[in-house]
Design a protein around this ligand. Structure first.
Ligand code: PAF
Length: 286
């Protein structure tokens, strides 16, 4: 079947209402485009688990702060549509900024407290409210049974899950595994900003996570020691500038002194121009 490209909310609603009337379950993959294999893995899951797979491609101004890469954010709609089509997507929603935010200023926003203030939220204080607001709008526009998000943005996934739970939204938020290059670099649209040497240096994020995991596997339970192992690894890479690394409770995102139960190692580094993030999970059962 040919992929449908729908740029307006009204037309998308007509299309999806019609499908739902016939009993179709809609699966949504929200994206900002410049698709890679991480995105297409979400689309494949949406295709497999729903009757209609919908993806949105919208670079959301609300989640960028002044001075971030909103205007330069990589875009290639023609390529994105081909990739989405190959991944089995039925409908691509491609709204303009005016379509999504017709009044210019957005007076109603969604803020998920606590989780949004830590780690990524500490560095980018307005980011998660921008994400939660656009995702809430996309849920309201598409009415999905399931919505798919990558674990690469692990804190974003937690924010969206909590928003859906707090607001009793009738959607199941599905987290999907991180897709990596052969050398361990997590796929990200922003990897395109990396120069050749920076691309090699960027593998330090995964290597630091591996060091943290190895410390835990060898019995280390002191969070500060695990973080020190990760920090030491980043320090070996002159092109990488550490923003934070952490060993947090995977649900609260708080950093315990001693590690137990479900732990997530988080890391954020600037490598040349882009700021990259990555994470890894571990369950500690004593
Ligand atoms: O992860 C992203 O690409 C974006 O934050 C999202 C979820 C599509 C919201 O704009």
């Amino acid at each position: 079947m040919t992929i449908e490209i729908i740029p307006t909310i009204a037309a998308l609603r007509v299309r999806l209402d019609d499908a739902r009337t016939k009993g179709a379950r809609v699966g949504l993959v929200p994206t900002m485009g410049y698709l890679h294999a991480g995105h297409t893995s979400l689309m494949a899951a949406a295709r497999a688990e729903n009757d209609l797979a919908v993806t949105s491609i919208f670079v959301n101004p609300l989640q960028f702060a002044a001075g971030e890469d909103l205007t330069d954010y990589p875009r290639d709609l023609t390529r994105d549509i081909a990739l989405a089509s190959d991944a089995g997507v039925d409908v691509v929603f491609t709204p303009s900024v005016d379509e999504m935010y017709p009044f210019g200023a957005v007076l109603t926003t969604v803020t998920v407290d606590q989780i949004s203030t830590l780690w990524e939220g500490a560095t980018r204080p307005t980011h998660f409210a921008g994400v939660a607001t656009v995702v809430a709008k996309l849920f309201a526009i598409t009415g999905p049974c399931r919505a798919y998000f990558g674990e690469k943005d692990f804190q974003q996934l937690a924010v969206v899950r909590r928003m859906a739970a707090d607001l009793s939204l009738p959607v199941s938020v599905v987290g999907c595994p991180i897709v990596r290059e052969a050398d361990g670099l997590a796929l990200s649209s922003r990897n395109v900003y990396l120069g050749r040497d920076e691309r090699a240096a960027a593998t330090v994020l995964r290597r630091a996570l591996d060091d943290g995991l190895a410390a835990i596997e060898s019995g280390q339970r002191c969070a500060a020691e695990v973080i020190a192992a990760m920090t030491a690894r980043v320090a070996t890479e002159p092109l990488a500038q550490l923003d934070y690394c952490a060993a947090v409770d995977a649900n609260s995102f708080l950093q315990p002194e001693w590690l137990s139960d479900e732990i997530r190692l988080l890391i954020a580094c600037r490598v040349g121009r882009p700021r990259l993030i990555d994470n890894a999970g571990v369950m500690i059962i004593e």
